[in-house]
Design a protein around this ligand. Structure first.
Ligand code: R1P
Length: 391
């Protein structure tokens, strides 16, 4: 067994439990490189072989069976995996992107009418973060939590931050992109600290430290192990997610983007927000005519951060990337930024509710209303000719 697979095995909490697991997993490599590694990794963690999506198991530069070979782009990328799973009475799908550094999970819901739930990156980050915390604690009970870290990018869900504040371990936030989290992990390790999990909403996960980067193979094995564990408790992934919400409060996100190929238009959008009342650093102060008030603004293009005593942002500033975060009084955090890799203006929003709020529909309705207003008032898609995401 190669060293990487030995680490996968070492990080496995319970080999006997996995051997006894009777949940059927379906796996797709999305026409990429993951298949042979997943076979080995499943074996290393003592799982029975998974069902593979035959048409997508080998590298194919044409990605012949999918419109976008990116499990992050929504349901259509998983159509064939869902068909395969249904044919084989399999209830959990594990999917890598073609270079197998990211991972998606779908679960068949027990209420047949609900069909398959494809977990978004924030939901998976919350679940995998919990699993890494749970398995680490099982193996290291009573260990000093001052040296134990999880991290996520600043545009990802804050559920593991809430978890850290309640459970007592440490949380660190970085800029978008795994280089920040990988480097921070290496830095913390040099100081003798332990990092057990890092993630970003773009379905990138570092479960323990087999690789100091996002890694779709180890993440898929850890997800399977979490499913295996939960099944011994009569629970599904969805049940566990609801359980996390009831402990830590609903953390509901809504992320999307517009395409924009005109650099001056992008600059106009962000400059308008920076000069909202006609002079510099006068950002919007509310949404919907004062209905939702903004508490603080952080602009990582200029370095302004009204939440800091000296108004200076803590995270690194880059003049060549547009990125503004608005924190609202009701707990919504919204970031607008330009992608570093594609012609997109992205928005990331999350409403973190208190555990006392038990009605998710209330949270969802508020989030929906606020996101619609952020898009209309801040991005102004019609005036700016932004191209809506197609799905
Ligand atoms: O938004 P851009 O800069 O394109 O970055 C994207 O590229 C990375 C892909 O995993 C993630 O960090 C994602 O957010």
């Amino acid at each position: 067994m190669c060293n990487y697979m030995k680490i996968i095995q070492r990080d496995t909490l319970n080999l006997e439990m996995n051997a006894a697991c009777d949940i059927k997993f379906t796996y797709t490599a999305m026409h990429g490189v993951g298949y042979s590694f997943m076979i080995q990794a499943f074996r290393a963690a003592n799982f029975k072989p998974f069902i593979v999506v035959e048409e997508q198991k080998d590298p194919d530069p044409e990605f012949s069976t999918v419109k976008f070979p990116n499990p992050e782009e929504g349901k259509s990328a998983l159509n064939l995996a869902i068909e395969t799973a249904d044919k084989n009475s399999s209830t959990v799908i594990l999917a890598n992107d073609p270079d197998a550094d990211r991972m998606a999970v779908a679960e068949k819901q027990s209420d047949g009418e609900q069909g398959w739930h494809i977990f978004n990156g924030n939901e998976l980050g919350s679940l995998l973060g919990w699993w890494c915390w749970h398995s680490y604690r099982e193996r290291n009970p009573g260990e000093d939590l001052n040296n134990l870290y999880m991290m996520s990018s600043t545009v990802s869900s804050k559920l593991i931050k809430t978890m850290a504040s309640i459970e007592g371990f440490q949380f660190f936030e970085t800029l978008t992109g795994f280089k920040w989290m990988g480097n921070k992990t290496a830095e913390l390790q040099k100081e003798g600290k332990k990092v057990i999990f890092a993630f970003e909403e773009a379905i990138g996960f570092m479960c323990f430290t087999a690789v100091l980067d996002k890694d779709g193979i180890s993440a898929a094995v850890r997800a399977a192990e979490m499913v295996s564990y939960l099944s011994t408790k009569g629970m599904t992934l969805m049940d566990k997610l609801q359980d996390l919400y009831s402990t830590y409060g609903f953390h509901i996100s809504n992320n999307s983007y517009f395409l924009c190929y005109e650099q001056p238009v992008i600059e106009h959008i962000f400059e308008r927000l920076r000069n909202f009342s006609g002079s510099a650093d006068t950002y919007p102060t509310s949404l919907l005519d004062g209905k939702y008030e903004i508490e603080t603004v952080r602009d990582l293009t200029t370095g302004f951060d009204s939440s800091q005593p000296d108004n200076k942002a803590v995270l690194p500033v880059s003049k060549s990337n547009q990125m503004i975060t608005f924190t609202f009084k009701n707990g919504l955090v919204a970031t607008l930024r330009t992608s570093g890799t594609e012609p997109k203006v992205k928005y990331y929003t999350e409403l973190c509710a208190s555990p006392a709020e038990k009605n998710v529909e209330v949270v969802k309705a508020t989030l929906e209303e606020m996101v619609a207003a952020i898009v209309e008032e801040f991005l102004q898609p019609e005036e700016n000719g932004l191209i809506a995401r197609s799905n």
